[in-house]
Design a protein around this ligand. Structure first.
Ligand code: KIV
Length: 279
């Protein structure tokens, strides 16, 4: 049986932090799940790292459903949270509910959406249908990116108080956890101590109840951006590039394939074939 939302919530104050990583495809999701990661987040960051968009704005529901289906085929233990992409929940509550339903039918256990207090009513409506929601405040790539770019959030008293207020509103609306993206570590600590649901930080310091990273960032597979908050565990781009260059060289020099990679006919059958061709 895989993890449930309640298992994640109960980790708050348990002394053990919550591990979250983004996953978009079957092979990677299999490895993440096998590693015991608590939550596989099918993030709309897929638009950038998988599809090559400049930002997450062009991502569609159809694409998010495809990624979610692939991840859900791999999942044995982890909880799956899928992002509602830009404009799939902002225009109406009806949109928000029906698109959350599509992600759940694709294999998600919960959905995530960006926004503070103004999203409370929408969140309440989705939760009211029985679909768990993860909130997302601080840097909100679907919208803050349009107006501000990548900027740390909550650096002044005014913005910090607004973030705390947003977190409280999301908790009241029924979220089971809140992602804090690029929030100053002091404010992330205050929010974590204020709300009763777990906070999941990305670039928001060590006080959060859990941490999330984009898998391409932590494996060193996405070279376009190198945020300060990312810890790189591998340099896969370099390793993959080297492997591909070795493969190209082997093919060009006739060093691949060798005996161990080929299939052969029975000797007697081959003799018959040779005679047939000669006659
Ligand atoms: O889309 C995503 O990957 C996310 C994380 C960065 C939190 O929302």
């Amino acid at each position: 049986m895989h993890k449930a939302v309640a298992d994640i919530v109960s980790k708050k104050n348990s002394g053990k932090k919550i591990s979250v990583i983004t996953a978009y495809d079957y092979s990677m999701a299999t490895l993440c799940d096998r590693a015991g990661i608590d939550i596989l987040l099918v993030g709309d960051s897929a638009g950038m790292v998988m599809l090559g968009y400049e930002n997450t704005i062009p991502v569609t529901m159809a694409q998010m459903c495809l990624f979610t289906e692939a991840v859900s085929r791999a999942r044995q233990n982890s909880l799956i949270v899928a992002d509602l992409p830009f404009m799939s929940y902002q225009a109406s509550i009806t949109d928000a509910i029906s698109n959350s339903g599509r992600l759940v039918k694709a294999g998600a256990d919960a959905v995530k959406l960006e926004g503070g207090k103004p999203m409370a009513e929408t969140i309440q409506a989705i939760v009211g249908t029985g679909i768990p929601v993860m909130g997302h405040i601080g840097l909100q790539p679907q919208t803050t990116m349009l107006s501000q770019g990548y900027k740390v959030q909550g650096k002044t008293v005014e913005t910090a108080l607004r973030l705390v207020d947003d977190a409280k509103a999301l908790e009241e609306a029924g979220v089971f956890s809140i992602t804090l993206e690029m929030v100053s570590s002091e404010v992330a600590k205050i929010i974590t101590e204020t709300v009763h649901v777990p906070t999941i930080g990305i670039g928001s310091g060590p006080s959060c109840d859990g941490q999330v990273l984009v898998i391409h960032d932590m494996l060193g597979m996405y070279d376009k951006l190198k945020p300060k908050f990312v810890k790189r565990y591998l340099s896969l781009s370099k390793d993959i590039q080297n492997a591909l260059e070795s493969y190209k060289k082997d093919v060009e020099e006739g060093k691949f394939p060798t005996k161990e990679h080929l299939f052969s006919m029975e000797k007697t059958e081959f003799e018959k074939l040779r005679k047939e061709i000669e006659s």
